[in-house]
Design a binder for this molecule. Sequence first.
Ligand SMILES: [Zn+2]
Ligand SMILES: [Zn+2]
Length: 274
Amino acid sequence: MRVAAQYSEPAMAPLPTPLSEPVDAAAGRPFVARAGRWLARLREGASASACVVCERWQAQPLCPACRQRFGAPRSRCRLCALELPGAAAEICGACIRHPMPLQASVTAWSYAYPWDGLITRFKFHGAVDLAAPLADALAESVQDAWRAGWLEPPDLLLPVPLSPQRLRERGYNQAWELTRRLARRLHLPAHPQALQRLRERTPQAGLGRAQRLHNLAAAFVVAPAARPVLAGCRVALVDDVMTTGATLSEAAATLQRAGVAQVQAWVLARTPAT
Ligand SMILES: [Zn+2]
Ligand SMILES: [Zn+2]
């Protein structure tokens, strides 16, 4: 089932803020470093920008060298996106024993350097300009999975929502910032409010999976007006990080109770198994 896209064109993104001042001859002289980067940008043309990881001026905001060095594709469980030790298996042992209500999961990276720092800035420090390069990387992982034939394109993209209170505090939902860019790039419809979060509960950090599931009970609800659209739909839920999968599982279960046929998870980064 197709529905009208609900996203809007993002405003022109400002230049990305570097992770730190560059470690080079200009270290300790940030003005000189900034001027040098500005001159380098003039030389390389207006389309260049600083790579958000290495800060070198590039045509892309996330340079090919950094993506290759830190983000080479790994063999992953197709259901929960955990790294697998070898390429032979497709499903991890945990998913065989206790499958989540997710038909597939795809991620760009493991939650580790440098992606953990970028995602923290994007999510907690207002660096919304990082949404574009982060969404681009996730879109490429999704397209790789489509080409490999194990992931089906969904009918609709939905962000994992924030509660109204958290949205007011943060000013933006980082998952929606990713979702609307993914929708535009992959030519899929998206909706920011079909799935809603009633409240945030106790912070998830430090809780085990069973405690998290308990903590999240009835945290999500489907907007009544969205029910006809969602019935029989294949949905991809978009979020920044999958840690235990408890949040995505609860959101997916809520959607399936509302008649959604299939739920995939698309996440920037997957926390490795401990
Ligand atoms: Zn780079
Ligand atoms: Zn798994």
